[in-house]
Design a protein around this ligand. Structure first.
Ligand code: FAD
Ligand code: SF4
Ligand code: SF4
Length: 398
């Protein structure tokens, strides 16, 4: 519920910032109409704190009207001259999961797309499982902005009441999802590694206590049930070509003043200019057993010969062998390449959780009881400093 107290001085500051034209000035007082989505933007601009929003206790909410599994669509630069953005792969992974969950619940999968220009995104979104696309097309959505995107998502959720909402655990998703959760007074489970339906609720599983146990989390008293999932964790379905989604266009009046943070300059560092580790098909990874930064460089050579990308354990990163952007694992990147080669990595649970979805894992370690061998398809017990040069030499010959 939204209320304007007698403190209102009739300054009208709240009127232009409301994205939904929900405020009228009547007798020099702000009065909210039924278009209000409780997004909270007006509360922030009122100079005399005259506006209050009261949200229902979670336990008092009627949850019966909440239906549908929503996926936040993340767009990323293509870097080409057209400046058109493309849909991030994690969105397709989430849609594939959402499809499975929605089928079990007998509900729809809806993609939520915020963009300045639609480039027929609904075709791909449909192919990966979306039934509907809630689309807001507006110039102010030309790039991600926390305030603006939160406002729009909160309003869409308030209007359409989804039961579940999934975000990628990316830089953007990790920024957006908590803001939406706190605006809506709902919970959020970050970095889920598995999602399922249990008694009609979303069962969200994620590592806890440093990855030593798996926690199963249910949110029986709030909606939407919200989770973030890292890229490469969920298996992506094969796209069904020709299966398009219904586009539901949503309007939003977005004022520039909503944008409290402005991006002045964007610098993209690709250390080495190569492919990002999360997209690599072959990863050559090293750990503390590589012993020094100099020796670690042999992995660069091997990786080049194989057309792959170099990965590292956290210990290797901490020792300065490789940049943090190459770290694989719980506090690094989750990867699922076709081939994962591991040299001098013990296989701590925090490392395994980030690479166990690889198709084929090959491990080299001098300790036959190293846990990495439990997930490796092929294991070589031996000294990396003997094996690695031989491998490089053999590949060079071939
Ligand atoms: P070690 O465990 O020291 O293993 C080195 C291995 O090299 C040993 O098995 C040894 O037998 C082998 N070796 C040594 N010399 C040779 C040789 N000459 N030839 C062959 N083998 C040799 N770790 C990650 O990797 N990624 C993460 O994202 C991550 N996140 C974490 C988050 C939290 C909250 C915590 C608590 C920890 C996290 N860790 C993470 C750290 C993790 O617990 C381990 O400490 C780390 O993975 C160990 O790295 P390592 O295998 O390179 O080193
Ligand atoms: Fe205020 Fe948002 Fe409601 Fe508009 S929609 S009146 S800005 S809470
Ligand atoms: Fe009243 Fe505050 Fe709106 Fe000004 S910003 S009109 S004081 S409610």
């Amino acid at each position: 519920m939204i209320e304007v107290s007698k403190k209102c001085i009739g300054c009208t500051k709240c009127v232009p910032v409301c994205p939904f034209a929900a405020i009228n000035m009547i007798d020099k007082m702000a009065v909210m109409n039924e278009a209000c989505t409780l997004c909270g933007v007006c509360v922030q601009v009122c100079p005399v704190q005259a506006i209050t929003i009261t949200r229902e206790e979670a336990s008092a909410r009627d949850l019966s009207g909440f239906k549908g599994v929503w996926v936040y669509v993340e767009l990323t630069e293509t870097g080409d001259k057209t400046h058109a953005k493309k849909i991030k792969q994690v969105t397709f992974e989430l849609l594939s999961s959402a499809r499975r969950l929605a089928d079990e619940l007998g509900e729809d999968v809806c993609a939520v797309l915020l963009t300045d220009k639609n480039h027929n995104y609904e075709k791909e979104l449909g192919a990966y499982g979306a039934d509907k696309v809630y689309m807001v097309e507006h110039d102010e959505l030309f790039e991600y902005n926390t305030d603006i995107f939160t406002t729009v998502i909160v309003s869409l959720v308030t209007r359409h009441k989804p039961s579940i909402m999934l975000y990628g655990a990316t830089i953007q998703g990790r920024d957006l999802a908590p803001r939406v959760a706190s605006s809506l007074y709902v919970g959020l489970t970050a970095d889920c590694t598995a999602l399922a339906i249990k008694d009609g609720l979303l069962l969200q599983s994620r590592p806890a206590f440093g990855g030593n146990i798996m926690a199963d989390i249910l949110a029986p008293k709030s909606r939407p049930q919200m989770s973030t999932v890292r890229p490469n964790v969920m298996k992506m379905n094969e796209p069904v070509l020709g299966r398009s989604a219904l586009v539901v266009r949503e309007s939003a009046k977005l004022d520039k003043s909503l944008r409290r943070v402005k991006v002045l300059e964007r610098k993209i560092s690709h250390d080495g200019g190569g492919m990002k580790i999360e997209n690599a098909k072959i990863i050559v990874s090293g750990g503390r057993g590589m012993k020094s930064k100099e020796k670690f460089k042999q992995l660069d050579e091997l990786s080049k010969l194989l057309g792959g990308v170099v990965g590292a354990s956290r210990a290797a990163v901490d020792m300065g062998f490789k940049e943090k952007t190459h770290q694989v694992g719980q506090s690094g990147t989750t990867v699922s390449p076709k081939l994962y080669l591991s040299f001098g990595i013990s296989g701590a649970v925090q490392h395994i959780v980030g690479m166990k979805a690889s198709d084929v894992i090959v491990a080299v370690n001098k300790d036959a009881s190293a846990p990495i061998f439990n997930v490796a398809k092929y294991g070589i017990v031996g000294d990396v400093h003997e094996i690695l040069p031989k491998l490089i030499e053999a590949l060079k010959k071939n």
